[in-house]
Design a protein around this ligand. Structure first.
Ligand SMILES: NC(=O)c1ccc[n+]([C@@H]2O[C@H](COP(=O)([O-])OP(=O)(O)OC[C@H]3O[C@@H](n4cnc5c(N)ncnc54)[C@H](OP(=O)(O)O)[C@@H]3O)[C@@H](O)[C@H]2O)c1
Length: 244
């Protein structure tokens, strides 16, 4: 049971975990948390100075040396993802986990006014990029022990959430299809619903809200560890709520 889960200090020792959007918000805290529990973390993101800050923080805390992989999911091609998988294999030898965390909000606009280019960008970053990255990394993951793929959900079906809400709903279905296809191949595929926590994205989504009114990101990290911990033989195709 996730509620009874207490991660061991070295729960992720010898694991290699790729975190997308690792420079800020939930991804940054997840990367540092995984490293604190022994993982070698591949920090993927689009803003180099933010990735370097997280790299330094992990080293200062005595974690295993992370790797920085600068990549903008908006412009990356399939070859970029397959080159990345080859680099991870050559440099680190394995890939045990992917946390698909990077996402963009797009606009808070009614559908009738929603800008088409923004719609396509949001669907690309939040849905097509995780698909391409997963497909490119699967062969390496399937030769690594106990592979785990974790997506990040957000169920928003009310007005003005536009392409973001649609992309997250589609990602949930994508996760379930992938989990079903890989069920007999020992790849665990799940999604985390983080709930609403204090992050740059939430500041942009609710500019009128006081950030301190939202829980901090550290408070949801148990679920992020649970999803990646090889000691936990969790079911596949599940949506794990970080706030229950
Ligand atoms: N915060 C919440 O309460 C909440 C609630 C439900 C779901 N979520 C989900 O949790 C995940 C993280 O959210 P967050 O609040 O931490 O968001 P955030 O604060 O905006 O951080 C997102 C990270 O993704 C990176 N990113 C965005 N577009 C990218 C691209 N094209 N290529 C590479 N990296 C890119 C960002 O890079 P830059 O730093 O360069 O911008 C940033 O580091 C998202 O999937 C979000 O939908 C969050």
């Amino acid at each position: 049971m996730m509620q009874d889960y207490t991660p061991k200090t070295d729960a992720l020792k010898d694991r290699v975990i790729l975190v997308t959007g690792a420079g800020d918000g939930i991804g940054a805290v997840a990367a540092m948390t995984y490293a604190r529990h022994g993982a070698t973390v591949v920090l993927l993101g689009r803003t180099m100075f933010k990735l370097e800050k997280i790299y330094d923080a992990i080293k200062e805390n005595g974690g295993p040396e992370p790797a920085i992989y600068p990549l903008n999911l908006e412009g990356a091609s399939y070859k970029d993802y397959s080159d990345m998988a080859s680099t991870i294999e050559a440099e680190l030898g394995q890939l045990n986990g992917i946390l698909h965390n990077a996402a963009i909000l797009g606009e808070a606009t009614p559908i009738k006014n929603y800008d088409i280019i923004t719609w396509q960008r949001v669907l690309h970053v939040n849905l097509t990029a995780p698909f391409m990255l997963t497909q490119a990394c699967l062969p390496l993951m399937q030769t690594s022990s106990d592979p785990r793929i974790t997506f990040t959900m957000h169920r928003v079906e009310n007005a003005y959430w536009g392409a973001y809400g649609v992309s997250k709903a589609a990602l949930e279905t994508f996760m379930k299809i992938l989990a079903d296809e890989l069920e007999n191949q020992a790849v665990t595929v799940n999604a985390i619903c983080p709930g609403e926590v204090r992050s740059p994205m939430m500041n942009r989504a609710y500019p009128g809200k006081t950030p301190e009114d939202l829980p901090n990101i550290e408070s949801i990290m148990n679920t992020y560890l649970y999803a990646m911990d090889p000691q936990i033989k969790s079911e596949t195709g599940q949506i794990l709520s970080a706030t229950e």
